[in-house]
Design a protein around this ligand. Structure first.
Ligand code: C5P
Length: 236
């Protein structure tokens, strides 16, 4: 059954990735999507090119900011970066769970209340071979679970996960942890370089709280129409 209009809560669960090389391109898209998107993800490319100014500019439109910097460093350096991100006003920030418990606890202690720390388990670009190269002998799934459990014990609020691992993590870690899933594609969009994607609907059904959507919207001829079509597909 199709609802007549997508619910606000579904719209609120979509995060649009601003994967652009400069501030002007990013702000053009934010303006096109004005009012239709509640959270934008700013990652390494845009942040390196445009710095905290782009965060302030997007936040000034009233949107929430997910700063995807995947921090991994000594505990005091990560703690200071987390505190700085909190001051900047971002709502979500990524850290690598492989940084270990003392780094994660320092990050949790340094964060302001409005900031949710999201742990990265194993990057989806990694294979078992990558794990072996870096001295990890566990199977990939087991490593994802181990790091997810470490994040939860350390007080991390959520995890970034492949849509294929959402169900397993939800089952093992319960409902309190926030699960955020990139690597989703609506049925009508190009796969691009994503190999193991699911549809947004499948990811939400498996237990994802938020979906990160990039090119299906940002590279569309009409990004606003693509956003509405995607919401329709989820509601369908
Ligand atoms: O364009 P697309 O929807 O593939 O973009 C997804 C976003 O999520 C990009 O910012 C990408 O870097 C990020 N991402 C991903 N897969 C992961 C982790 C992050 O696609 N495993």
């Amino acid at each position: 059954m199709k609802s007549s209009s997508p619910t606000v809560s579904t719209r609120g669960r979509l995060i649009v990735a601003l994967d652009f090389p400069n501030q002007a391109k990013a702000l053009t898209l934010v303006s096109v999507l004005s009012g239709a998107v509640s959270t934008y993800k700013i990652g390494l490319q845009l942040y390196t090119a445009a710095g905290p100014e782009i965060v302030r500019a997007v936040a000034a439109t009233g949107a929430n900011i997910f700063l995807d910097l995947k921090l991994h460093d000594i505990p005091s350096t990560v703690a200071k970066a987390v505190a700085a991100a909190g001051e900047l006003g971002v709502q979500m920030l990524t850290v690598h769970l492989s940084g270990g418990r003392s780094m994660l606890e320092a990050a949790v202690e340094a964060k302001l209340p409005h900031l949710t720390l999201l742990g990265v388990t194993v990057l989806t670009s990694a294979t078992e071979e990558t794990l072996r190269e870096t001295g990890v002998v566990s199977a990939l799934d087991a490593q994802v679970i181990r790091l997810g459990e470490l994040g939860k014990k350390s007080g991390i609020g959520g995890l970034i996960t492949s849509p294929h691992e959402v169900g397993l993590l939800r089952e093992r870690l319960g409902d309190e942890i926030m699960l955020v899933t990139p690597g989703v594609r609506p049925t009508w969009a190009a796969a691009d370089d994503q190999k193991r994607f699911t549809t947004p609907h499948e990811a939400l059904e498996s237990g994802a709280d938020y979906l990160v959507i990039g090119r299906a919207i940002t590279a569309a001829a009409d990004p606003r129409a693509a956003m509405e079509r995607l919401l329709d597909e989820i509601a369908d």
